[in-house]
Design a protein around this ligand. Structure first.
Ligand code: BG6
Length: 303
């Protein structure tokens, strides 16, 4: 048996003969579902807009070319928070499936890759005017038996350099926020966005989330996994490794902020999600004319 891929209503769905599946909306190239081990692995708000009227609250929205509110007097200043990638219509470039190079593992090593593209010619007039660079993005979503890999290639197709930030705003589905710990951040410097963007050093080897949390951890070794572990038995629930992404944002809106977001629901759902967002956001990547850059993450679940 081969992977199956279906395209319907601006939605691409792929599944493996071993049961895993992924759903991607062309709007934002947002992954809205990843099923593995018979369970949904990503959190999607019940009130998320899936009609292209608003960035999707949940799944994996892509942040590009600016993270958060754009700085003043910068090329991105007139863009919305988190840029335009998550609120633009992407095109589906096609699928490819592959057997892993490792031998003797049978169909379990089958993988399916979905490619999506966004270029300057596809942007709305407004976005083109506010960020007038000639660029090409290729976003690849690869589903394997035990992981979901997402990589973004950024190309500068123009004659001018441009600066960008990028982030995979991954909403992980958790049963109960009080039962998880985040590991792999100890001794790292982070900017706390809930405390006037002040800098701190992470003291905890296993961070528990007990309040609104919005932290940008910097200068991580991308090959060292950030692990969401069960507090009960320390077993990994998710493990995230990265390529060329040195930063990881940890975000949970908690009670008041969750209530305040019109597209977040139910109110209590802040207990069922944790955003662990891999990216390059604490500095700017400068891309020279003709150059390209690539970064990505691999999320494994219950390994
Ligand atoms: C996180 C930011 O990445 O995204 C938070 O660090 C922000 O500050 C959150 O609140 C959600 O952003 P938005 O634009 O999707 O509401």
């Amino acid at each position: 048996p081969q992977p199956t891929v279906s395209i319907k209503d601006h939605t691409i769905e792929a599944s493996l003969p071993t049961g895993q599946s992924v759903t991607v909306q062309l709007y934002g190239a947002t992954v809205t579902s990843w099923k593995s081990n018979g369970q949904e692995q990503l959190f999607l708000s019940e009130k998320a807009h899936l009609d292209g009227s608003k960035p999707i609250r949940g799944g994996i929205p892509l942040v590009f070319p600016v993270f958060g509110a754009p700085p003043k007097n910068h090329a991105t200043s007139a863009l919305p928070q988190h840029g335009f990638a998550r609120n633009s219509h992407w095109e589906f470039l096609g699928k490819s499936s592959s057997e892993s190079m490792e031998r003797d593992h049978g169909q379990g090593d089958l993988a399916v890759k979905l490619d999506f593209g966004l270029s300057h010619t596809m942007l709305s007039k407004e976005f083109r005017k506010t960020w007038p660079y000639e660029f090409g993005l290729v976003y690849s979503v690869t589903l394997t038996k035990d992981a979901l890999e997402t990589t973004l290639q950024v190309r500068n197709e123009g004659k001018q350099n441009f600066d960008f930030q990028v982030l995979m705003h991954t909403y992980l589905n958790v049963e109960d926020i009080s039962n998880i710990r985040i590991k792999g951040l100890e001794s790292k410097t982070y900017v706390d966005k809930t405390r006037n963007a002040t800098s701190h050093t992470e003291a905890s080897p296993a961070l528990s989330i007990t309040q609104e949390t919005d932290r940008v951890y910097q200068d991580l070794d991308p090959t060292v996994p950030v692990v969401v572990a069960s507090a009960a038995d320390d077993k990994p629930v998710f493990s995230i490794t990265r390529e060329a992404f040195n930063d990881v944002v940890v975000w949970n809106p908690w009670i008041e902020k969750a209530k305040g977001m019109a597209d977040f629901g139910p109110d209590e759902a802040y207990k069922n999600m944790i955003c662990v967002e891999a990216g390059s956001v604490s500095t700017w990547q400068t891309l020279e004319a003709g150059d390209s850059w690539e970064g990505g993450q691999s999320v494994k679940s219950r390994i």
